[in-house]
Structure formats: structure tokens, C-alpha cells
Design a protein around this ligand. Sequence first.
Ligand code: AMP
Length: 273
Amino acid sequence: MKIVKTIDELKAYRNECTGSVGFIPTMGALHNGHISLIQRSLHENEHTIVSVFVNPTQFLEGEDFNTYPKRTEADIKICQFAGIDALFMPTPETMYSSCEPSIFAPSQKAYVLEGFTRPGHFDGVLRVVLKLLNLTQPTHAYFGKKDAQQLYLIQNMVRTFFLKTQIVPCEIVREDDGLALSSRNVYLNATERQEALHLSRSLQVATQKIIAGQRDVSALKTVMYEALQPLHVEYVEIVNRDFDTISTIEIGNSIILVCAKVGTTRLIDNLWV
Ligand code: AMP
């Protein structure tokens, strides 16, 4: 496995690749969720590139940029063991200059839900993903459905800017008890770890109601809020796959989203129905 730190090295590596290239952008502290994306890429491409970069532009003032978990040595070992071809680990100075054009995510889809409490977050996400896709020129890029709004906005960007990469949505990987894997789960103490299960349980409650025939979004949101007690709920929303809010569940075209704070840790989860 080649560890790549500079743009020139990455370009040189990419130029040597013949055949399909799969790319998995991450912020590191790799867990089984990331590994599932990596394995899918290894299976579907001749070359697999992973990036580990905690992107400063997607963090707002006062967020956890400085304390975001860093596991550099473990990340390198995981990537080596998985059998990827190249690991790109740039610094912020490598990725950004002091004077550069920016990119703005469409406000009606990027300043709601995650973007409502984190205004500008998705501008930073799209900015770094556009740079990374341009650098790695992947045939396929793999993103988790866990970050459903991010996935939608990236697909929208790729379509809008006529990028050649195919975006591959990947299933959410969970712990045995249902908690969606996240690098931020390490912030949870033992009590909070138990409380965090309210998120996936609220989605299970919604699933049971939908199986029983419930299609009304406000009725589903009510039972979810109940299941989320006593957490501080930031939002419960049901959207279609274009991230428009809907009043009736459309099977095969809906996503149920939840965001709640467990202690000081903000967690998200969702269910594609
Ligand atoms: P991050 O390192 O949190 O920026 O995540 C990098 C990629 O891994 C994103 O596409 C995430 O959606 C994806 N990811 C994170 N957690 C999970 C999970 N539990 N299951 C599947 N994909 C995930």
C-alpha cells in the first residue's frame, strides 16, 4: 500500500492506474462502516484509494474539529490489512489555499435538517469532495447512507457539474444492538452508549408502524418522538429521496431521519423505506 501525502504524489499514482478506480473519502478513525465501503470498492474495482482527511471547512466554529478522533496508526494498519492500493493523507495546507473559489450547496436542501443547525457544513463537504474527486478521478466513489443528506447533495453535485464518477450508496453498518457505527460514538460514556439506542429504536418503532399500514408522516413522527424520550431531539423528519418533505410515506422513495443529542454528542441515524 502506498501512503500518499502530496498532490503531486497522488497525481503520479493516479496516472499509473489502469482500469477502474474506487475511492472512499473518510475523516479517519476508521470503523466497520468505513471498512464495508472499502471492501465493496475492492470487490468492484481494480484499484482502491482511501483518503483520511479531517476537513476543516465542514466544521463550524465551536464544533469538534480540534478534538475529532485521530487514529492515524490504526487507520494505516486497517487500510493495509484490507488490501487497498493507496492511502491519501493530506494536511489542510495541501488541500486549501488562502485565496480560492468556493462552492455553495443548494440552500433549500443544504440549510435544512443537518444544515439547519450546521449552516455551511455542506458547503465545506462539497468543496472537499469536489477537490478529492477531481484529484482521484475515480470510476466509483463510495458513500454511506448513514449520511443520507450528504449523499444526496454529493449525487446532486456530481450530476450538476457533469462529473464522470459514479456515486455508490452503501448500506448503514450497525452494532449488534442496532447503534449505527460512527467515529463520534467514542465520545459516549457507558450510560450514554445505552441511551444512544433510542435513535435506532425509534426507527424500529416507525418500521413496525409502516409494516402495520401506517403511512401518515405526522403520526409516524409522533411515535418516534415518544420512542426518543428522554433524549434532546434535534429533528425527526421524513423526506423523499430528493429530500423534499412529504406528508405520506411513499414506499421505495422515502427516508426517515433522526438527529438527537446524547449528552453533548450529536448523533444521526436514518432508515430508507
Ligand atoms: P466519515 O469518516 O464519518 O466522514 O465517513 C466516511 C464515509 O463513511 C461516509 O460516506 C459515511 O457515510 C460512511 N459511513 C460512516 N459511518 C457509516 C456506517 N455506520 N455505515 C456505513 N457507512 C458509514
